[in-house]
Every structure is written in structure tokens, then in C-alpha cells.
Design a protein around this ligand. Structure first.
Ligand code: ATP
Length: 217
């Protein structure tokens, strides 16, 4: 199972957590093997893509047998570093930020929001979903350079200057929920989730394309 993870294409890597979650459920229900057709049906990825993805993991399904659930699970656990907890910070404890703090990825057991930041005096010093909310002016003090990921749920106009500070502090990845497009150095990864745009594009697809085309990702 030793392999070079940089050889896994990014599109495949993005589907890993999806496969992992489904396989955990299968394992919990006592299933030993699964076919690519079953997987395809459950995770809504076509079975040719699944077979290609799994071939990168060294998991070769056998005709009429399928994939070994235990093998895949231990592979995913190692690959996704499930034993290693990744601390995340959240900046902007408004409506969306508060919802994340209350949810706090408990079902996803390798990440947790360790602390949150805001500039609103009424929010600073409180605790939401067990997560302390600190003053953003004291970001440098609290972060101490060892938190790799930040979630941004601030107003768009505040996003870039906060990002610049995070970059200074050695952040490695940013999950950006603001509508702002962020400028970051090349070695930093940003994932942009603009909920309004996602919703609008879904509605657009429903109006202009057939369901079949629209559901292909
Ligand atoms: P709310 O109902 O609490 O205002 P919201 O999500 O509708 O939430 P936004 O204006 O999007 O409000 O602000 C989100 C959060 O980001 C708020 O808690 C706000 O205090 C905080 N915030 C605003 N500007 C900044 C900033 N420059 N730095 C950090 N946090 C900020």
C-alpha cells in the first residue's frame, strides 16, 4: 500500500472523503465486499470513474466479486490521515460561521474547529458549540503558527486583508465561503464555496439542461 500520493489526480483525491464515508457505513453494516455498480449508485459517481479512481489506490476489483471493503477502508484511513487530528480556525462568527461552530464536523472525525475569531465585542469571549471566540486583533497571539486550515465566513470586503494575515502566519489552506476571490501565493490552497453562486447555477442547470446532463459533475 506504499504509494506516491502526488500521483493521485486531484479530481480523484477530491472524491476520497465521499468514498470513505460510504465505505464506513458499509463496514458498519457488516458488508465485506462491494461492486463498483453498488458504489456508483450510492455515491452518484459513474462506475467507470470509480474503477479508474480505485486503480490508483491499488485496489483492483474482481469480476463478480467486487472490492474488498476492509482493504479499501484501511487504505482510506491511512490516506486521509484519520488518526491525525487537523485543527481548523474559523473567522467570522455571523449566521453562517455560527452554524459551522454548532455543527463542528463531529461526524467527520479528523478535523475540528479549535477556535473562532470575530471583531464584534458581543461575540468575543463567548463560546459557541464548545469553540471559544477570540478577538481577531489577537489572531497572531492565539494561532501561534501551527494551524494549517482556516474557514472564512466574514463579509467579502474583509476577506483579502484577513487572508494576507493568515498567509503571514503560515496557513496552508483556506476554505472561502465569502463571494470574494482571494489572491494567495502559489503554495497555498484555497477552495471557494460561494453558496449564492452554487444555488444560482443549480437553478440555471435545471432550467436549461436535461436532468441527465445537469447531474453529470
Ligand atoms: P450577523 O447576523 O451576525 O451579522 P451575518 O453572517 O449576516 O451575521 P456578516 O456581515 O456576513 O453577517 O458578518 C459575518 C461575521 O463577520 C459577523 O460576526 C461580523 O461581526 C464578522 N466580521 C465583520 N467584519 C469583520 C472583519 N473585518 N473581521 C472579522 N470579522 C468580521
Amino acid at each position: 500500500m506504499n504509494m506516491d500520493h502526488s500521483k493521485i489526480p486531484q479530481a480523484t483525491a477530491k472524491r476520497l472523503p465521499l468514498y470513505y464515508r460510504f465505505l464506513k457505513n458499509l463496514h458498519a453494516s457488516g458488508k465485506q465486499r462491494v461492486s463498483s455498480a453498488e458504489l456508483s449508485d450510492a455515491v452518484k459517481v459513474d462506475s467507470a470513474t470509480i474503477r479508474r479512481d480505485f486503480s490508483y489506490f491499488g485496489a483492483l476489483g474482481k469480476k463478480g466479486y467486487g472490492y474488498n471493503v476492509n482493504y479499501l477502508l484501511s487504505f482510506f484511513r491511512k490516506t486521509l490521515d484519520q488518526d491525525e487530528m487537523t485543527d481548523v480556525i474559523l473567522i467570522g462568527v455571523g449566521n453562517l460561521g455560527t452554524a459551522f461552530l454548532n455543527y463542528n464536523f463531529i461526524k467527520n472525525n479528523n478535523t475540528r474547529i479549535a477556535m473562532a475569531f470575530d471583531i464584534n465585542k458581543d461575540k468575543i469571549g463567548t463560546e459557541i458549540g464548545g469553540v471559544p471566540v477570540y478577538d481577531l486583533n489577537k489572531l497572531e497571539e492565539h494561532m501561534g503558527g501551527n494551524i494549517p486550515v482556516a474557514i472564512l465566513t466574514v463579509p467579502a470586503q474583509a476577506a483579502q486583508s484577513i487572508t494576507d494575515r493568515l498567509v503571514e502566519l503560515g496557513i496552508r489552506g483556506i476554505l472561502n465561503f465569502t463571494p470574494a476571490r482571494l489572491n494567495v501565493p502559489e503554495h497555498i490552497r484555497t477552495h471557494h464555496i460561494d453558496l449564492a453562486v452554487e444555488l444560482q447555477s443549480l437553478v440555471y442547470f435545471l432550467k436549461h439542461y436535461s436532468m441527465k446532463e445537469g447531474s453529470v459533475k
